[in-house]
Ligand binder design. Structure first.
Ligand code: NAG
Ligand code: NAG
Ligand code: NAG
Length: 825
């Protein structure tokens, strides 16, 4: 009998996420605001006209308080948006409910003239929550869109607190070609078609739409009054405040700061979602050598400690690229710099792709060899530059991508950034403050009972005669009354030893301790599992839940024994099933020799205090309830999900990945705003979708949680207390960090799995329906599915019909868990 009921959701997103092409132009994320520079390296300011002005780089927004004459502006080095095919300006904004404000666009008759005219659009419909405005440039009737000088936010009708998020120009030029032409080892040109194969991150609106708004309340359409409240031509005297710097085509000396391309902060951002730090595509398109012995990724593009290591496949066809949107570097950045560690004699090709049309479809390729740049290597990490001046005739107004190819050795890159001036310095590796866990201790107790559970003498049963075994028989080995486990870093695998065939009342052992004797790594979780209320393994979910503690916190300093008070397993211990060893975040083996219950701990062993774990939820608790909980998928299917759910007249919960939400090309922010407005729940699903428990450090876990919280807040204007773990991966560390980040947070798994990851692309996709029906028949009432595949999306109405036929009431996860903060049914 196996205890585990969940499957793995292997690389769901990744299958279709091969590097999308997004060519929106980031105007400002406020990272350089301290220097009064926007992300284009151009001047931006409020000229002191607001109060409490804060540039919040972490959340990519500015906040300020307005008075009667407040304004804020950002400038361009004369943007040719018609030529570059930008059709709209987009930004999230928050202001006092009922207020209006005006966007002023300043344009010249040509880029060689300094006089300009202003055009105005007034925006209404402000609700008090963050909403994304997308304003077609065509609404600035009469403006010369091929010579944009600046954008001004002004005429705030209500004085109070305002927020402007990341501003971008929206590209019309998202034509995704189906790609993957053969890669030539000599000419780099053929590689570029694979850069733009995309299905996930496609579809930026080519016609700008005004977005709908709202943070979970009623839907109010944001009225885009394209009518110009003011005269459409005003000459420079009324807008002289921004003139002084508008026309300077480069940042004033000393005011440029380097622009990060990637700091390799996350394996999953780079090789699962295929994003760099600019949230632009970055990938090797699977051309690098596959790596043996890593289960978290099948690529040899390996991220660690803010560096990426690339191992080329033999044959010379490997490459790796990172894209920038369509970046204007002229008179701002001198080149791209990065640190590289490579053996002596290493060479590689360096290609800069440009496109006057800001398109990645058929870019101009500018190629040099590392030797042309004078790069030599000696096995140590050093700073190298890719000066644009070395590429003769390169169009630095429209930089699309950097691509490395023909890499002759294993190389490791450090943070990569555009540098100012002509020489550049290495981009600083971000400093990470290690998370320090509480070290408090609690008094030792004396328990009533002691007995041996497992000495690993028997293949399938423990000393109590009950089943023991694991998810994957290749990951553990019993021999000579010892068991060696090495999950090779796969934090989703477990090994179990049971104390009952049904329910065991373990409360008789309260105040006793679980003792495990081991050697080797203690980077894993120990869990105590609880049966379902009927003690029937044929009812879903089984197990019903479990609680988790970190082996390392309960170890002695010699790393030979660990002792856990049974009361630290916060489950209903009258329904105990058994123990699980799980959440291994290591590739080092652990050898177990004894699992037992003891009455006391050795003298001198300090019992650590229990850290709060977010409760692990597989089932709805409200009588007669049923919840669809749908995880992020392929944006192209989002609208079909929206309409199926609407047609069924039900409310559901969506778990969303932060990085994809911030990527405006996915349109997911607008999709989820619509879903919130329609009464659905939206909650967290991590920032880049890694197996959270498998991350190497607590700081890495926190980075995922905090960035997701920030992304959901800045795009949707909401917070949540619900989290669904990517792949369902669970362990003590993620549950503790979640509880620390979000007090009262709930860790939501599932009891109905359509197994889309297994069947959707198979020859029998209808097995998704069979599986759904089967889990529902067993009493499952909390769904996992993704809108990643056409078949899954097509079956949603049938899934809903099956669920409804149980007679249960369909609702959001918070409602089905009887959350007092959930909206009424
Ligand atoms: C983006 O999503 C919104 C809300 O669902 C939808 O109205 C709009 O059509 C979408 N835009 C595109 C380009 O798909
Ligand atoms: C634990 O489970 C038992 C048996 O189902 C039940 O009677 C009891 O109320 C539960 N205790 C709690 C605290 O839920
Ligand atoms: C998606 O699935 C539906 C129903 O199975 C089918 O009719 C349709 O042709 C499919 N579309 C694509 C693009 O495969």
């Amino acid at each position: 009998m196996k205890v585990s009921v969940k499957g793995f959701l292997y690389l769901l997103w990744a299958r279709t996420a091969q590097a999308g092409c997004t060519t929106n132009l980031l105007i400002d994320n406020y990272a350089n605001y301290a220097n009064n520079l926007n992300s284009l390296g151009q001047w931006t300011s409020d000229d002191g006209t607001t109060t409490n002005f804060v540039a919040d780089a972490a959340n990519k927004k500015i906040t300020f308080t307005t008075t009667a004459s407040s304004y804020f502006y950002t400038t361009f080095a004369c943007e040719k948006s018609t030529t570059d095919q930008y059709t709209a300006i987009t930004f999230p904004m928050k202001g006092p409910a009922g207020a209006t404000f005006t966007i002023e666009l300043q344009t010249s008759s040509s880029c060689s003239t300094t006089a300009y005219k202003s055009y105005f659009t007034t925006l209404t419909g402000i609700t008090g929550v963050t909403q994304t405005y997308t304003i077609p440039l065509s609404s600035f009737s009469g403006a010369n869109l091929n010579a944009i000088d600046s954008i001004v936010f002004e005429s705030f009708s209500i004085n109070g607190a305002w927020e402007i998020g990341q501003t971008q120009l929206v590209s019309a030029n998202i034509k995704s070609s189906s790609g993957g032409s053969t890669v030539s080892s000599t000419r780099i040109s053929s590689r570029t078609s694979s850069i733009i194969t995309s299905s996930v991150k496609s579809s930026t609106s080519s016609t700008a739409t005004s977005s709908t708004s709202s943070g979970g309340k009623s839907s109010t359409s944001v009225l885009l009054s394209a009518s110009t409240g003011k005269s459409t031509t005003t000459t420079s005297n009324t807008v002289s405040r921004s003139l002084s710097t508008t026309r300077s085509s480069s940042a004033p000396a000393g005011q440029c700061t380097s622009l990060l391309i990637d700091d390799f902060a996350s394996q999953s951002r780079l090789t699962f979602l295929f994003y760099n730090a600019m949230l632009q595509p970055s990938s090797d398109d699977g051309t690098m050598a596959p790596v043996a012995g890593r289960v978290d990724t099948s690529t040899s593009v390996l991220v660690a400690n803010n560096h990426v290591t690339l191992t080329s496949a033999s044959g010379g066809s490997s490459y790796w690229y990172s894209m920038f949107g369509c970046l204007k570097a002229t008179n701002i950045y001198g080149g791209i710099g990065l640190t590289i560690k490579a053996p002596k004699g290493t060479t590689m090709g360096i290609e800069l792709q440009t496109s006057a049309a800001c398109s990645s479809n058929n870019p101009t390729l500018n190629d040099l060899m590392s030797t042309d740049l004078g790069w030599t290597f000696d096995g140590t990490e050093q700073f190298y530059t890719i000066p644009f001046s070395k590429f003769s005739g390169i169009d630095t107004d429209h930089l699309i991508a950097v691509l490395f190819s023909s890499i002759s050795n294993v190389v490791t890159f450090g943070p990569m950034a555009f540098y100012c001036g002509s020489t550049g310095t290495a981009y600083p590796v971000p400093t990470t403050v290690p998370v320090v866990e509480p070290t408090g201790t609690v008094p030792a107790t004396t328990g009533p009972s002691a007995f041996v559970i497992d000495t690993f003498g028997n293949a399938d049963t423990n000393n109590l005669g009950f089943w023991h075994g694991g998810d994957d028989t290749t990951t553990y080995k019993l021999s000579g009354n010892k068991m060696t486990i090495n999950m090779k870093g796969n934090s989703d695998l477990s090994w179990y030893t049971q104390v009952s065939n049904g329910c065991s009342d373990f409360t008789a052992n309260d105040n006793s301790y679980l003792h495990i004797a081991y050697t080797g790594s203690n980077a894993f979780t120990v869990a105590l599992q609880q049966h379902n209320p009927t003690c029937n393994p044929n009812i879903n979910p089984f197990p019903y839940t479990w609680d988790s503690v970190e082996a390392s916190r309960y170890s002695n300093t010699a790393k030979t024994d660990l002792y856990v008070p049974l009361s630290h397993f916060n489950i209903n211990r009258t329904l105990t099933v058994g123990f699980a060893l799980k959440g291994f975040y290591t590739t080092t083996s652990t050898v177990f020799s004894l699992i037992e219950i003891v009455k006391t701990v050795p003298t001198g062993f300090l019992v650590p205090s229990k850290l709060t774990t977010a409760p692990l939820i597989f089932a709805c608790t409200r009588p007669n309830s049923f919840a669809f909980a749908i995880d992020d998928g392929d944006p192209q299917y989002a609208q079909r999900i929206v309409s199926s759910v609407a047609a069924a007249g039900i409310h559901v919960t969506f778990f969303t990945v932060g990085a994809a939400l911030l990527d405006t090309s996915t349109n997911l922010t607008n999709v989820y705003k619509g879903m919130l407005a329609a009464g659905h729940q939206v909650a967290y699903h991590s920032y880049t979708h890694p197996p959270m428990e498998g991350l190497p450090t607590l700081a890495a876990i926190d980075w995922e949680l905090n960035n997701d919280i920030a992304a959901v807040s800045s795009t949707l204007g909401i917070t949540s207390t619900y989290f669904r773990p990517p792949f369902g991966t669970e362990g003590a560390r993620i549950r503790q960090r979640l509880a620390a980040a979000i007090p009262g947070a709930k860790f939501v798994e599932w009891s109905v799995d359509v197994q889309d990851w297994l069947w959707a692309l198979s020859s029998t996709p209808e097995n998704q329906i069979t599986n759904f029906q089967s889990d529902v028949n067993k009493g499952g009432n909390l769904v996992v599915m993704h809108y990643l595949y056409n078949t899954t999306v097509s079956y949603l109405p049938q899934f809903i019909a099956i669920a409804k036929s149980t007679g249960k009431q369909m609702m959001r996860v918070d409602q089905c868990l009887e959350d007092p903060n959930a909206p009424p049914l």
